[in-house]
Design a protein around this ligand. Structure first.
Ligand code: NAP
Length: 269
């Protein structure tokens, strides 16, 4: 892989790239795995549920040497370092790290227990820290690499009833800026994607959580949420995946430290 910003033909934009995608068992991570595989990448699929990862792997229909399933809890720091080491041992390098694994919980600030904050930070922030610290030195020693962190619109502004989640995503946005700055001269870029409402299990979770707090039914929650989205629709995971392809590819060589909104225009109003 060269670090020129040459645009490759569609279908080969990630050819010969070894990639690690966390949270690849469903939702946005699954869509990123599909998009990366379609662009020629070798994909290492990580999440805690081995069966669902195996299902994703089978659906990709890649030759055996282009995918592996890696059961991994991103809160387990030693396991994160071991996973990166295993990828390097098997494939010789890791070119792209996508930190997508995440959890969500709705509660009022006063109802969140310290343990709730801790759990959200452990997965959404420390999972990202663990894998970046495992992968970055190796990428830097080779003078190239891409790190793509999946943050959220919740990392850009305040929201009611999800303060712990927003704190974790603000932290990812801040961390992305700081690590990007430290890595900028080494050939490694670090960027974040901030999705708005994307149709996954997490949105179903959000509906249930908000309904439990406010007594509204799930559909009313979505209607109220969509009132803030000028495009008036929930986006598809594949739309986020397309941006993750760009940020993982040589095309984005000149961009680092950014947190890109893909939110149907939410921030405009
Ligand atoms: P999802 O459908 O709930 O999927 C979450 C993924 O994370 C699953 O693959 C899950 O796999 C994995 N995961 C959770 N805890 C993990 C852990 N400790 N270690 C490893 N993997 C773990 O959620 P999604 O909507 O696709 O969300 C993906 C990312 O996008 C998250 O970071 C989320 O915060 C962000 N995001 C989502 C939306 C949205 O509207 N959907 C909006 C903004 C940002 P296992 O259960 O198998 O571990």
């Amino acid at each position: 892989m060269t670090e020129s910003n040459t645009i490759r033909p569609s279908g080969s934009r990630l050819a010969n790239h070894v990639t690690l995608i966390t949270g690849a068992s469903r939702g946005i991570g699954r869509a990123i795995a599909q998009a990366y595989a379609a662009e020629g990448a070798t994909v290492c699929l990580a999440a805690t549920n081995r069966e669902m990862l195996a299902e994703v792997q089978a659906s990709l229909e890649l030759p055996p040497e282009r995918s592996i399933v890696m059961p991994l809890d991103v809160t387990d720091r030693a396991a994160c370092f071991a996973a990166v080491e295993a990828i390097e041992a098997r494939f010789g390098r890791l070119d792209v790290l996508v930190n997508n694994a995440g959890i969500y919980q709705s509660k009022t600030f006063l109802d969140y227990a310290p343990e709730d904050f801790q759990r959200l930070l452990d997965v959404n922030l420390f999972g990202v820290i663990n894998l970046m610290q495992a992968a970055l030195p190796r990428m830097q020693s080779r003078g190239r690499g891409r790190i793509v962190n999946i943050a959220s619109t919740a990392g850009k502004w305040g929201s009611r009833n999800q303060s712990a989640y927003n704190v974790s995503k603000h932290a990812v946005v801040g961390l992305t800026r700081c690590v990007a700055l430290e890595a900028a001269a080494t050939g490694v870029t670090v960027n974040a994607i901030c999705p708005g409402f994307i149709q996954t299990d997490m949105v179903e979770n959000l509906k249930r959580g908000y309904a439990a707090i406010g007594g509204a039914d799930g559909d009313a929650v979505v209607k109220a949420a969509l009132a803030r989205v000028p495009m008036n629709r929930v986006l598809e995971p594949s739309e986020v995946a397309a941006l993750a392809v760009y940020l993982g590819s040589p095309e984005s060589a000149g961009m680092t430290g950014q947190s890109l909104l893909i939110d149907g225009g939410m921030l405009l109003c």
